[in-house]
Design a protein around this ligand. Structure first.
Ligand code: MD3
Ligand code: FE
Length: 206
């Protein structure tokens, strides 16, 4: 949605080697993205998966594309009928990756996380994808979140980064295996998404 009162000129922030924040990159596309999330969720409702430690995750998950992430042990599986990655999603993810220097990013899957107030994501690494030379492109919509960005060991110190509506981050190269997480979402109401934050991550999973 183009909104002359609230739209800002996008800008970039280098976060770490291989990690680039594209602030407000999808600000104009927020409505179509949100509508597409809802369309996907009608077919594949958001579900709460269970961590390897046996804890139910507070963020709910759905997705589209070739495979869904099931668990750290099982990795990516095609457990539900495939919903094709639509062209809008693909174009945005590839444009973001190319902007960050990954011209040959070929995403096959999109995971969608939904955070209600107080939902969080514990520090973890994403390493179930087959080709770790491919980056991950993440899109934030709705309520803001404080993102924790660490190093290659869980015990490494973490930096806090605020991720806001319309922000995109490309994670590749030396950042691809860094530990990361999301602090509990603070109460609020976003004009588009209400009491939720959504995060879409585009990946080449298979
Ligand atoms: C850094 N999601 O789905 S997106 C996840 O906001 C996940 O829902 C968070 O971590 C969220 O796995 C963070 C940012 C992100 C995604 C993947 C990364 C950061 C990353 C992979 C490697 C390094
Ligand atoms: Fe992750």
């Amino acid at each position: 949605m183009l909104d002359f009162f609230h739209d800002e000129e996008p800008w970039q922030e280098a976060l770490a080697p291989g990690a680039l924040i594209l602030r407000r990159f999808v600000q104009q596309d927020d409505l179509v993205l949100y509508q597409e999330i809802n369309r996907i969720a009608m077919q594949h409702p958001f579900i709460h998966r269970v961590t390897p430690g046996g804890f139910t995750m507070s963020a709910a998950m759905t997705g589209c594309g070739a495979a869904q992430w099931v668990s750290a042990r099982d990795g990516y599986l095609n457990t539900r009928e495939t919903i094709a990655l639509n062209q809008t999603f693909l174009d945005l993810a590839k444009r973001a990756a190319a902007t960050a220097g990954y011209a040959d990013f070929i995403p096959d899957s999109c995971l969608i996380n939904r955070y209600a107030v107080d939902s969080k994501m514990t520090l973890h690494q994403d390493k179930n994808e087959r080709d770790l030379t491919q980056p991950i492109v993440s899109i934030s919509l709705g309520l803001p979140a404080i993102f924790l960005f660490g190093g290659l060991m869980r015990s490494d110190k973490t930096a806090k980064v605020l991720l806001e509506h319309g922000d995109v981050v490309v994670w590749g190269g030396a950042s691809r295996l860094c530990f990361h997480g999301i602090l509990p979402i603070k109460a609020g109401i976003h004009p588009l998404t209400g009491p939720y934050r959504f995060n879409l991550t585009f990946r080449q999973a298979l």
